[in-house]
Design a protein around this ligand. Structure first.
Ligand SMILES: [Zn+2]
Length: 124
């Protein structure tokens, strides 16, 4: 991976981290995720709590655990590749810089919401 200068944009629920040269796609991905979140949250019956501490509790003596106010949504600097919601960190990650439709970013958000939906006892 080449050296990257990262920038961040924030909305109510997300912090988008993107390579400096990808500001437009950074803004677009943030807008796409934020605008769809109320509907997807209602549809799936869950809210983003962004608290991965429960599943990392057993590791807290030997792992540095970060807690964020907003869900980190990271746009990688590889031109193509998969997007996913990381089941451990609970970040959303998308390895791409070329243009994508809003549904791509919303698709990854659904994966993230499914972790809350499928595993409610861990997230209480
Ligand atoms: Zn998928």
């Amino acid at each position: 991976m080449r050296d990257t200068e990262w920038e961040r944009l924030e909305s109510s629920h997300f912090s988008i981290y993107y390579p400096k040269e990808a500001k437009n796609i950074g803004k677009y991905s943030l807008y796409s995720a934020e605008i769809s979140y109320p509907y997807l949250s209602l549809l799936l019956g869950v809210k983003l709590k962004n608290n991965s501490n429960k599943i990392l509790d057993s590791q807290k003596d030997r792992t540095l655990i970060s807690k964020f106010e907003r869900v980190p949504y990271i746009l990688g600097n590889i031109s193509d590749g998969a997007g996913f919601a990381n089941p451990v960190s609970l970040n959303i990650e998308a390895q791409m810089l070329h243009s994508r439709t809003a549904s791509f970013f919303q698709h990854e958000l659904v994966h993230r919401l499914m972790y809350e939906h499928n595993d409610p006892p861990l997230r209480k």
